[in-house]
Write a new protein. Sequence first.
Length: 159
Amino acid sequence: MTRSLRRLASRIRDEIQGLDRAVQRASEAWQRATVSSDDFYIDSVALNLHGFYAGLERLFELIATEMDGTSPAGEAWHQLLLQQMATDIPQVRPPVLSLASRDGLDKYRAFRHIVRNVYAFRFDPVRIGQLVDGAGPLYAQVRAELLGFADFLDARAEG
């Protein structure tokens, strides 16, 4: 168990590097889109926002499987997984996310679905701009919560 907790903490810290980059790239592409009016940059923003949430979801699935022993299933599993990460599971783990982070991330979860199911030329630049503007502050909070959870895992591994 000790080894798996440390491995999970390490995986969280490693994934954060990719999340940092995805948020940074979305912001940079958005700046270029607003300066150049080239909507190909909008595609890049959308893809990086998708990658941001997909990376988080990979971590959440891993935590659900490794720590909770269960991962949601069914049509609404993405939403249920996000809710699960904001839930305290006594004797197992504290919440991974605050309720505020869970609520903020739900917008990115929904957008991930749009990116997967809509032609890129139909993206709403206003909506994407709102998501980019909110990504930095939200991610700063989520990042801190994930690192706090990784610290919890390390402490638990030490006994």
